[in-house]
Design a protein around this ligand. Structure first.
Ligand SMILES: *Cc1c(COP(=O)(O)O)cnc(C)c1O
Length: 400
C-alpha cells in the first residue's frame, strides 16, 4: 500500500506572504472601535480621523439610524433572494426612483456595491470586438470590469485629452462599439477629470461615455449630485456610476442613465442578477441619505465639507507640504519614497492623527504619500490639531 504523500498544498502561501512582506505590500488593517467619526478610536488610540470616506458624517446621522431601525421592524433583516427573482422589495424601487430624480435622469439601478456596479455594467456594455478607452488611473473595479468584458483595453495617460484624441484617431475605426470610462475624482490624487473635454471626444468618436462618481457622490455638484451636475453636462454622459457607500454613509452602488440602459442591465449585469439584494436596513438608510442631501441640511453639509477641505489644503501648503494636483477633499501629502510615507504615517498616528500611507504599487515609486480626507464633521480644532502634528512630524522627518 502506497504511503500517502503528505504535502501542504497551500504551502506556497507562506512564501508568497513572506515575499509580500519583504516588498512592504502587506495590509494590516487597523480596527475601528466605536463609530466612524472625525475623532475616532483605532487600535485603542483616539485620533483625528483623516482616513474615512464618511465625507458628510452620514454614517452616524440620527435619520439614517432611525430609517435603518424602522426598516428592520417593518421588513426584516434580509431580502432573502436575488433581485431578478424575489428580492426586489418596495424599498429597492423607492431608492431607485429617488436616485433617478436626484441625478436628473430617467432611471437608476442599485447594485450591492460600487465595485459590483462597475463590474456588471462594463461587462454588459462591451465585449469582444469592442474597445474600451480607459484612463490610466481608473479604479480597480473599472479595470476588472474591463478585463472581464473581453473588449480591447486602450489606456490613455492621466487627464491627457490630446493623447486620448490621438489614440481614438488611430484606433476607433477598428472596433464595433467603444466605451470611454473615467473616474470623476481620482482617489489617490484628489484631482478631477476634465469631463467636458472628454464629453467632446466621446461625441467626436462615437464613444459610450461612462463616469465613476464614487468620490464625487455627495461631494461634487449641487447638494452632492455628482460630477455631471458639477460640470453642467446633463445629457452628455451616458452612464453615471455612483456609490452609496462613501459620502452617502450606507452601502451600495448604482448606475443612473436612460430607461433602456437600466432595462438592459437588469437582463445582463451579472453581479446584480446573481448576488442577493441589499437588506432593507441598508436600502432605507440610503433613501434617508438622499433625503438629507435634498434638504437644506444637506446643502450645508456639502458646503462645510468644502470649507474644511479648502482650509486644510491651504494650511498644508503654507507649511510647505506638496499636495499635488488635489482639488477635492482628498488631499495627498506627497513625500517621495515609500519609506518617507510610512515613517510619516507612523509618526502621525503616534501623535494622534490617522492618515493612511499610499505607496508603490498603488502610486508611482517616487510619489508615495500620506492621504488625508477631511469631512464635514471635522471642527476647526480637529483640523488645527492635525495641522500642528503635521508640522511637528514633518520637521522632525526633514520633510518640510
Ligand atoms: C470606492 C470606489 C468604488 C467602489 O465603491 P464601493 O461602493 O465601495 O464598492 C468604485 N470606484 C471608485 C473610484 C472608488 O473609489
Amino acid at each position: 500500500m502506497a504511503t500517502p504523500i503528505r504535502t501542504d498544498r497551500l504551502g506556497f502561501l507562506e512564501q508568497e506572504l513572506k515575499s509580500l512582506e519583504e516588498q512592504g505590500f502587506v495590509w494590516r488593517p487597523r480596527t475601528l472601535q466605536g463609530e466612524q467619526r472625525a475623532r475616532a478610536v483605532f487600535d485603542g488610540k483616539e485620533v483625528v480621523n483623516l482616513s474615512s470616506n464618511n465625507y458628510l458624517g452620514l454614517t452616524n446621522h440620527p435619520k439614517m439610524r432611525e430609517a435603518a431601525k424602522r426598516a428592520i421592524d417593518q421588513y426584516g433583516a434580509g431580502a432573502g433572494a436575488v433581485r431578478p427573482i424575489a428580492g426586489t422589495m418596495t424599498l429597492h424601487k423607492q431608492l431607485e426612483e429617488k436616485l433617478a430624480r436626484f441625478k436628473g435622469v430617467d432611471a437608476a439601478l442599485v447594485f450591492q456595491s460600487g465595485f459590483a456596479a462597475n463590474l456588471g455594467t462594463i461587462q454588459a456594455l462591451v465585449g469582444k470586438g469592442d474597445a474600451i478607452y480607459s484612463e490610466e488611473l481608473n479604479h480597480g473595479s473599472i479595470i476588472d470590469g474591463c478585463r472581464l468584458s473581453g473588449a480591447e483595453i486602450l489606456k490613455w495617460p492621466h487627464r491627457n485629452v490630446d493623447a486620448l484624441r490621438q489614440l481614438c484617431k488611430e484606433s476607433r475605426q477598428k472596433y464595433r462599439r467603444a466605451l470611454l470610462v473615467t473616474d470623476a475624482v481620482f482617489s489617490m490624487d484628489g484631482d478631477i477629470a476634465p469631463l467636458k473635454e472628454l464629453a467632446d471626444v466621446a461625441e467626436e468618436f462615437d464613444l459610450i461615455f461612462m463616469v465613476d462618481d464614487a468620490h464625487a457622490s455627495g461631494v461634487l455638484g449641487r447638494s452632492g449630485r455628482g460630477s455631471v451636475d458639477h460640470f453642467g453636462l446633463h445629457g452628455r454622459v451616458d452612464v453615471q456610476m455612483g456609490t452609496l457607500s462613501k459620502a452617502l454613509g450606507a452601502m451600495g452602488g448604482y448606475i443612473a442613465g436612460s430607461k433602456n440602459l437600466i432595462e438592459y442591465l437588469i437582463q445582463k449585469a451579472r453581479p446584480w442578477l446573481l448576488s442577493t439584494a441589499h437588506p432593507p436596513a441598508v436600502v432605507a438608510a440610503a433613501i434617508a441619505a438622499i433625503e438629507i442631501l435634498e434638504s437644506p441640511e444637506g446643502e450645508q453639509l456639502v458646503k462645510k465639507l468644502w470649507d474644511n477641505a479648502r482650509y486644510f489644503k491651504q494650511e498644508l501648503n503654507k507649511l510647505g507640504f506638496n499636495t499635488g494636483a488635489s482639488e477635492t477633499p482628498i488631499t495627498p501629502v506627497i513625500v517621495g519614497s515609500s519609506h518617507n510615507a510610512r515613517q510619516l504615517a507612523k509618526r502621525l498616528f503616534e501623535e494622534g492623527v490617522f492618515a493612511q500611507e499610499i505607496v508603490f504599487p498603488m502610486v508611482a515609486r517616487d510619489k508615495a504619500r500620506v492621504r488625508t480626507i477631511v469631512t464635514a464633521m471635522h471642527t476647526k480644532e480637529d483640523l488645527d490639531f492635525a495641522l500642528n502634528v503635521f508640522k511637528k512630524v514633518g520637521k522632525e522627518l526633514g520633510l518640510i
